[in-house]
Design a protein around this ligand. Structure first.
Ligand SMILES: [Zn+2]
Length: 235
């Protein structure tokens, strides 16, 4: 197992755009972190209400469904807390207001490690990366530096009682150029189980699992080894 030499239990904050992003991008890594005794929480910037399908055609009610699905999926992986900022799904942009809100959440929760996704990934292997994913990655990166560690940034948060904070490491899922691999074979089934909690998104379970298997085969060939790749920045 390739794993960083972390001493003691770490507080890890996973900040992504949509319900189901944590499980799709890095679910087995989250399971491994929890198993090792680290405390993992999620902050999702939207409630995913535009992820409509024939079974769930109404965007007005989908946010309620997807919040519940996300809580169930997170519980499967042993995640301690799931929170949402309620930006509009599909319309997320890396603006100053979003940076300020995310900086406030990081100053409030004071995680040792933050995980998000790589804002540089626009497309890969015939698939276009959702712009909310890129926006979320950029918002998080911009909040970590230069904002959260510098009391001159968003000083009203300091007046509110939050101190500046330094994050030790930043992990980017869906990396354009990975520099770190998590060997997660033993958690792969748990990741699939957690993904199946996103009932409104995965459709018929057997067909979904078949799709996931096909995708895995294209990525890693026939060998039974599962990895999740990251760009890991030690700050
Ligand atoms: Zn997404």
């Amino acid at each position: 197992m390739i794993f960083p030499e972390w001493k003691g239990s770490k507080s890890i904050m996973v900040i992504l755009a949509h319900p189901d992003d944590p499980e799709f991008f890095m679910g087995a890594t989250i399971a491994e972190w929890v198993k090792q005794g680290h405390k993992v929480s999620y902050l999702l910037l939207t409630k995913g209400q535009r992820g409509v399908s024939p079974e769930y055609p109404d965007p007005a009610n989908l946010d309620v469904v997807r919040v519940l699905e996300q809580q169930n999926a997170a519980a499967k992986l042993g995640v301690s807390k799931v929170e949402f900022l309620d930006y509009q799904d599909g319309y997320l942009v890396p603006d100053l207001e979003a940076r300020k809100k995310v900086a406030r959440e990081i100053r409030r929760l004071r995680p040792d490690i933050v995980a998000t996704c790589d804002p540089l990934l626009i497309y890969q292997k015939g698939r276009i990366n959702h712009p909310d994913h890129r926006a979320a990655g950029q918002i998080v990166i911009d909040a970590i530096f230069p904002a959260v560690g510098n009391p001159a940034f968003f000083p009203e948060q300091i007046n509110e009682g939050f101190r500046q904070h330094n994050v030790e490491e930043l992990w980017l899922s869906l990396p354009v150029e990975a520099n770190f691999e998590m060997e997660v074979t033993q958690h792969w089934q748990l990741r699939l189980d957690a993904l199946l909690e996103h009932v409104s998104q995965v459709g018929e379970p057997a067909a979904f699992l078949e799709r996931m298997e096909t995708r895995r085969k294209t990525q890693w060939g026939e060998q039974l080894r599962y990895v999740e790749s990251f760009r890991r920045l030690i700050l």
